[in-house]
Design a protein around this ligand. Structure first.
Ligand code: HEC
Length: 158
């Protein structure tokens, strides 16, 4: 029995060391890519900092990696979240979104933040949840930012 545990232990160790060689590509396109989004949606300094600390890690081309992100399988797990998050909503690609899509993404943002579905739960284990007044600041900003897109949509419908 002891022998079996030893064998399994050694195999696990070898696998764990082996996967360290799988290095996902880093999401580090730089914060300049976020400028377009912030110029258009005009977050206050506080809101911009909430976005940076709680959202951009998975929703932009720039992630602030914690030290443990270097270690597989954590690195692979983070990579998966970042890829998946960016696929749905990427502020670094805001320029390429249609007005309708921009409005819709902000609408979803409001829903997600209200329902506390964002940031992802696993992210809040380390970074903490959004607390008041951060939540209301974010919601207020998103609501205001939507107005310009709603107006543009109305004008183009006429
Ligand atoms: C740890 C990564 C992570 C963080 C941090 C994070 N998100 Fe997400 N987000 C995701 C993933 C993954 C999805 C897509 C899957 C899903 O809907 O659960 C998503 C989906 C979304 C969507 C939906 C887009 C769509 O088309 O359905 C919005 C909006 C959103 N996030 C906003 C935010 C906001 C705002 C914050 C910060 C308050 C945030 N997210 C923080 C990973 C993250």
């Amino acid at each position: 029995m002891i022998k079996l545990f030893q064998i399994v232990g050694v195999i696990l160790l070898v696998v764990l060391i082996g996967i360290q060689f799988v290095r996902p590509q880093k999401n580090n396109g730089g914060y300049e890519s976020i400028m377009y989004f912030e110029n258009e949606t005009k977050p206050s300094v506080q809101v911009a900092s909430i976005l940076k600390e709680s959202c951009y890690d998975c929703h932009s081309n720039q992630t602030q990696y914690p030290w443990y992100a270097e270690i597989a399988p954590v690195s692979l797990w983070l990579e998966e979240h970042i890829e998946h998050g960016k696929e749905h909503f990427n502020v670094s690609e805001w320029k390429t979104y249609s007005v309708k899509k921009k409005d819709h993404k902000l609408e979803e943002l409001i829903e997600m933040v209200e329902a506390e579905e964002m940031p992802l739960e696993s992210y809040t284990w380390i970074h903490g949840k959004l607390e008041e007044p951060e939540k209301s600041m974010l919601l207020q900003w998103a609501g205001l930012a939507r107005l310009q897109y709603k107006n543009q949509l109305q004008v183009s419908r006429k």
